[in-house]
Design a protein around this ligand. Structure first.
Ligand code: EPU
Length: 336
């Protein structure tokens, strides 16, 4: 176990906010985490568990203990003719795991290439992109309960996954720490390439296989999303709003060109990036915080921005979208 005191949170937030934590504890195994949870330092302080912080915005220094997993094992725990089952440590970098699966020719996560963050957070956040969500390949999630340091496994059903949601962000928020995730990968991959122009792009490259899909998705993401090393950011700042069919038809009558995705017979999802762009925010900057010029859903730190500056910009955007479209944008990013 490694304990840092009065330590910078810069390595733990992709927004590049220079906040500090009283303590940062990094653990290498489940027993080490259990040991940490029994210490007075953890019991008597506010706790925050972080991955690589690709969904966090620090408004202030963090008064308390930040926990971070260094559990980086990948174990093949089961295999049959169709699939392999991998138990992957929460501290494994998500995209390293995707690269490993693609190299091994196991399908299921290739569309989630280059999503920032670590494996533990992927299950909390139910990350998704290009028509795939991580819940599609999750079998179970292993955790430790914070209050009594006991282990508990959640089946996929018990995780209550939905768009960018899980039980760990809602009913059980702050109660369990994910230590590993069991994934089922396909030995006979089924390619999911019907998102926008994905299929055409993949075909331009020649044949359809896991590596060509991964390469195209990386190229699309790199063309739209700023690299956090250049401009701090947390990917999509807001969630795409899901609205009733009736509200959608009302909006479509006013804006016939509005892009939309089918959710169910009752609901439709709208791209928040489009709503924000229509309000004139794309590329705009207030202080050191800005709206990315290639993807209006991404807010960026142009250098030295504080959490408060980014939230100020986010609130201006929310107010514009509410006024023009009557829609409340909800941040995907957590304010700490
Ligand atoms: N659009 C605009 N202007 C913009 C941005 C988007 O008009 O500035 C419209 C376009 O019509 C575009 C549509 O929005 O076709 C969708 O844009 P995009 O394909 O970039 O996807 P998104 O809905 O903005 C979501 C996820 C991304 C994920 C992509 C691809 C959320 C909150 N975001 O973005 O996830 O990569 O789909 O599947 O659901 C993330 O969560 O950090 C993330 C990057």
């Amino acid at each position: 176990m490694i304990i840092h005191q009065n330590a910078s949170l810069l390595p733990f937030n992709t927004f590049g906010i220079d906040a500090k934590a009283d303590y940062i504890i990094e653990y290498n195994s489940v027993p080490e985490l259990q040991e940490a949870l029994h210490t007075e330092m953890v019991k008597s302080n506010r706790l925050l568990h972080v991955g690589s912080g690709s969904n966090l915005l620090f408004m202030h220094d963090f008064k308390g203990v930040v926990l971070h997993s260094l559990i980086k094992s990948i174990e093949r725990i089961q295999e049959d003719a169709d699939a392999v089952y991998l138990k992957v440590g929460s501290g494994v970098v998500w995209d390293d795991f995707v690269a490993y699966c693609v190299e091994s020719d196991w399908g299921g996560v290739e569309n989630l290439s280059l999503i920032p963050g670590e494996v533990g957070a992927s299950a909390v956040q139910n990350i998704g992109a290009y028509g795939v969500e991580v819940q599609d390949v999750i079998v179970e999630v292993n955790t430790v309960e914070i209050e009594n340091a006991t282990v508990r496994t959640f089946s996929k059903e018990e995780c209550h996954f939905s768009y960018r949601q899980s039980i760990f962000k809602n009913e059980l928020k702050g109660k369990y720490i994910v230590t590993s995730v069991v994934f089922r990968l396909n030995k006979r991959p089924v390619f999911k390439i019907n998102y926008q122009h994905l299929e055409a792009e993949v075909l331009k490259n020649g044949s359809i296989d896991l590596l060509s899909i991964r390469k195209i998705i990386i190229a699309i993401r790199e063309s739209k999303l700023p690299h956090p090393k250049v401009y701090g950011n947390a990917g999509s700042f807001f969630m795409n709003p899901v609205i009733s069919k009736q509200s959608f038809f009302n909006l479509q009558a006013r804006y016939p060109q509005i892009p939309h995705y089918f959710v169910s017979e009752k609901e439709e999802k709208l791209p928040a990036g489009w709503l924000i762009e229509q309000c004139g925010w794309k590329g705009k900057q207030i202080g050191n915080a800005a709206v990315h010029d290639k993807q209006a859903l991404v807010l960026v730190n142009r250098g030295g921005a504080t959490g408060a500056e980014i939230i100020f910009l986010a609130e201006q955007i929310q107010a514009s979208v509410k006024e023009k479209f009557g829609i409340e944008l909800k941040p995907e990013v957590n304010y700490i």
